[in-house]
Design a protein around this ligand. Structure first.
Ligand SMILES: [Zn+2]
Length: 445
């Protein structure tokens, strides 16, 4: 049965449950996953046995923090075993797998993601919540701006768009110019891409096609893959350039699309609590954080996805709980979306530094292009932060003044001094999918 276009929620029952009722259902699902994984997955049995944990120890909500956390590295190690390529990470026989995807590999050897057809239906249903919440309906024509291939978000976006009734155009192997022309030709009104690729599109549109992106009349831009779309200056800049609304989504290939922004744009992400248990834990000591506005690390459990379970997965992403959203969904809000990564937050000259802060400053500086690269290195035992930026073409302000203004802003935000290097416009990397903008070259980090 087709849903009514005017319905606000994809699943009106689950999206508006009281917190108590949601917790009751979540605990039941969590327990079921833990039991399933212990019985069927060698990876989880090894992990739990090593920690002396048994599923029977899980009796009430307060026992959840006693369940061992799983790391990306645990999947890598399990997949290095036979049978190739999933090793002993699976909980179902290998011949039940119908879907192959993998992580981007920006932090090392990719993790292979195996799903059964039933799991794949889970992916599209879960993804449909976010698309519906961002106002996608039958009348929309969606253009997916990625090469598909083994990338999970392209396929999940594609199938979920069909599920909510949109018309979908697969961007596939077209280059950026061809994609822009295709969007124009077909009058697509929704695009999906990573924030850094949206910037590349803007750049190509203006400088190669000599066209204002607003002429394409895109109404919605759905971002995933990087945290940028919840950084206020990034969101503002994309919305102004395209004359469109920008919505942020959070996903990980091993986990699923666990967070989404709704049309109320609450300054954060809804945790999809119907499909995931989202926990915030203290970055150093791991205890649970329930209070608002205290930063913690996001730990996620996937419910009802059985081939390769994902229980208390350490995403390393940082966020904080925020106030409820005006849209009526009772799914909790992660204020500001993802603030950075726990494995990138580091001490430099004794000061705690989050590289994502630099993005806010660079993208908030109109004279600068949207790409940047940040590196910390050691020279004669001194720690040096090097920021590479590009000046936009046609900017009148001289480089010296721009450098001075930028250094002052960075100092204000981070309490650190940066060595700023100006690169020729267009020389910094502008990839299509996930981008690593920070490199730590110090020997003793
Ligand atoms: Zn909302």
């Amino acid at each position: 049965m087709q849903k009514k276009e005017t319905e606000r929620y994809w699943n009106p029952f689950l999206e508006t449950l009281s917190p108590q009722e949601m917790k009751r259902i979540q605990f039941k699902k969590f327990k079921r996953m833990v039991e399933w994984a212990y019985l069927n997955s060698k990876l989880y049995r090894r992990l739990y046995d090593a920690a002396g944990f048994k599923p029977g120890d899980l009796k009430r909500w307060e026992d959840i923090p006693n369940v061992p956390i799983v790391q990306k590295e645990d999947y890598r190690r399990a997949q290095a075993r036979e049978p190739w390529p999933y090793g002993d990470s699976l909980s179902v026989p290998l011949d039940e797998i119908t879907e192959y995807h993998q992580t981007s590999g920006t932090t090392g050897q990719p993790v292979y993601q195996a799903d059964t057809w039933q799991d794949w239906e889970w992916w599209t249903e879960m993804w449909a919540y976010m698309l519906w919440a961002q106002g996608l309906r039958k009348s929309d024509r969606v253009f997916i701006l990625s090469g598909y291939n083994v990338n999970m978000s392209s396929w999940a976006s594609h199938y979920a768009s069909e599920k909510v009734g949109c018309e979908v155009i697969p961007g596939g192997i077209l280059n950026t110019e061809e994609r822009l022309l295709k969007i124009k030709e077909l009058r697509a009104n929704v695009i999906m891409a990573s924030p850094s690729y949206v910037f590349r599109m803007e750049d190509t549109c203006k400088n190669k096609l000599h066209m204002d992106p607003r002429e394409l009349k895109i109404e919605k831009i759905l971002c995933t893959g990087e945290p940028g779309a919840n950084v206020p200056s990034t969101k503002r800049q994309i919305e102004e350039a395209w004359g469109a609304k920008v919505y942020d989504n959070a996903m990980a290939t091993e986990v699923g699309g666990w967070g989404f922004e709704c049309t109320s744009q609450p300054g954060g992400l809804h945790a999809n609590e119907a499909f995931f248990l989202i926990e915030l834990v203290d970055i150093d000591r791991g205890y649970p954080i329930q209070e608002l506005h205290i930063p913690g690390k996001i730990v996620v459990t996937t419910f009802d996805r059985y081939a390769q379970p994902c229980i208390r997965f350490d995403t390393k992403d940082i966020s904080m709980w925020g106030k409820p959203c005006q849209c009526g969904r009772t799914f909790r809000i992660l204020k500001g979306g993802i603030h950075g990564r726990a494995d990138e937050i580091t001490k430099i000259k004794g000061v705690l530094f989050n590289p994502l802060t630099v993005e806010e400053v660079v993208l908030g500086t109109q004279e600068l292009a949207d790409d940047y690269f940040l590196e910390v290195k050691e020279e004669d035992s001194a720690e040096i932060l090097v920021l590479k930026v590009e000046k936009r073409p046609g900017v009148c302000l001289d480089t010296k003044t721009l450098e001075r203004n930028l250094a002052r802003q960075l100092r204000l935000k981070t309490n650190l001094t940066f060595q700023i290097e100006f690169q020729e416009y267009g020389t910094l990397l502008r990839p299509e999918v996930k981008i690593q903008r920070f490199r730590d070259m110090r020997v003793n980090k």
